[in-house]
Design a protein around this ligand. Structure first.
Ligand code: C5P
Length: 308
């Protein structure tokens, strides 16, 4: 094979419980991940120009609002491919093309998704045959959300979010996502969360999974799930981007079963009863001030998968 394309989903966090700041700069989490039908595609191809002096790993990015995505060695997909080559014990070459639909710096793990897709694509392109357990280990070194993008579905993440236990869900859930102009930096949002807690004199408790949320997922009960959604990063995202308050309020006013900031934001997620309700709500939310556009999706969907 001279080119492999992998399709990889975005995630929304159904519960994001954030513990105190750890000494290593991370926070212990209970992170209920849910993969939704909004996909990036990563193609890994053998370089055709035969330019042996060129960098072994090169990357191009296509799609809207991709100006903030680095096309240097810092690109998460490049870092993932490099880590895979190192694990295999030799250097490999690949040209990576990322076609983005997942919002950039939007709190939907788009960069992590591209890293996961690059691992799957290069494992195939280079004929390494590494098992998924090995890819999961490499993924966890690249970023806390990368292992989930390999797994997909719905799962509880603990530790930094990288230790995953898959969850069976009793149905399909329908979503509207309100995309905002510009992104929010994940470390900045975690930092703001710590600052707000310090200001309020609050010590975060050890994070635990919500029994109501897990039961709602098992039973496929969208109404109960809507009431159980929670995100400890939401106050920090709202503090840094106050216009999101209006976006969330508009969704609730127009009948969303639940509304929350997705991960570190600024994307907002709205749970609704059906695909029809999702289309109706997206039309309304897309016109709210501060919202760039609104899109519909459903979950759960599988993780990074070879598409061709
Ligand atoms: O793991 P990843 O590189 O995606 O994390 C990005 C940043 O988000 C970290 O540098 C850290 O500031 C913050 N983070 C955290 N606790 C976590 C996961 C991420 O503080 N569990």
């Amino acid at each position: 094979m001279s080119a492999i394309t992998v399709r990889v989903p975005a995630k929304v966090n159904l519960q994001l419980a954030v513990g105190p700041l750890r000494e290593d700069g991370y926070h212990d989490l209970v992170n209920v991940f849910h993969a939704v039908s909004l996909f990036d595609e990563v193609t890994a191809a053998e370089p055709v120009d035969g330019d042996v002096a060129a960098a072994p790993l090169r990357v191009r990015v296509e799609g809207d609002h991709t100006g903030q995505v680095p096309v240097s060695d810092d690109n998460l997909a490049v870092r993932a491919a490099r880590a895979l080559a190192e694990r295999a014990g030799r250097s490999y070459r690949a040209d990576l093309l990322i076609r983005k639909s997942i919002p950039v710096a939007g709190g939907m793990a788009g960069g992590s998704a591209d890293a996961a897709a690059a691992l799957v694509a290069c494992n195939e392109l280079w004929g390494l045959g590494l098992p998924v357990e090995d890819l999961m280990e490499i993924a966890a070194d690249i970023g806390s959300d990368v292992p989930f993008a390999l797994l997909g579905g719905t799962a509880v993440g603990t530790g930094r979010g990288e230790r995953l236990a898959p969850l069976e869900t009793g149905g399909v859930f329908h979503w509207v996502f309100a995309l905002a102009d510009g992104g929010l930096s994940t470390p900045r949002v975690y930092g703001e969360c710590d600052r707000l807690r310090e200001e309020a004199g609050v010590t975060a408790p050890h994070p635990t999974a919500s029994e109501e949320l897990l039961a709602a997922l098992r039973e496929g009960d969208a109404k109960a799930l809507g009431q159980a959604l929670s995100n400890d990063l939401e106050p920090a995202a709202l503090s840094l981007r106050p216009s999101l308050v209006d976006t969330l309020a508009a969704g609730r006013e127009h009948g969303a079963l639940g509304a929350l900031v997705s991960g570190s934001g600024p994307t907002c997620a709205f749970l609704v009863e059906s695909a029809e309700r999702a289309a109706e709500l997206a039309a309304v939310i897309g016109d709210v001030d501060g919202c760039r556009s609104a899109i519909t999706a459903y979950g759960p969907v599988p993780g990074a998968t070879v598409a061709g």
